[in-house]
Write a protein that binds this ligand. Sequence first.
Ligand code: ZN
Length: 186
Amino acid sequence: MTSTFPDPSQRPVLTLGHPILRQVAQPVEQVNDPALQHLIDQLLTTVRLAHGVGIAAPQVGTPLRVLVVASRPNLRYPHAPTMAPTVLINPSLVAASDDLELGWEGCLSVPGVRGRVPRHREIEVAYLDRQGQPQRRVWEGFVARIFQHEADHLEGILFTDRIQSETDLLSEDAYQALDMAALGGG
Ligand code: ZN
């Protein structure tokens, strides 16, 4: 059953064609700004209710360098690993493995489409947490992929820009059929 009263902290997600998705986002200067903290709460709520595994502030119309990585199994990503949602402010890629791997991605801003995109298998990232403390993390596999996808949003890049072959771009329906076949399910 669908709620008649949407969560007030959920924000609409901009979709392909909106110019903010193509802007380079600006660095955050005041982490303790109440408006920024409110934005972070909205991102956490929006990614959860939209069944995403990550979201970047430009996707809700605020071109600031803030993103959330929140992998967990859900309707859109049934095989995703579970982690505590992580807020990254002014993130940077400190190191990345040379090896790239292809993997399927979707995007709340590109509904109905999945694409197979090359990403670094392992990365190290630096960022400020929502208390303004510097942090570093090493991530690999799907979680590293989420970070690289969301960090692209801060540069105005969408995953479809990184597709290398036309066979690597599928409708959601075609992707779901492929996924079922790969799992031997029906
Ligand atoms: Zn996205």
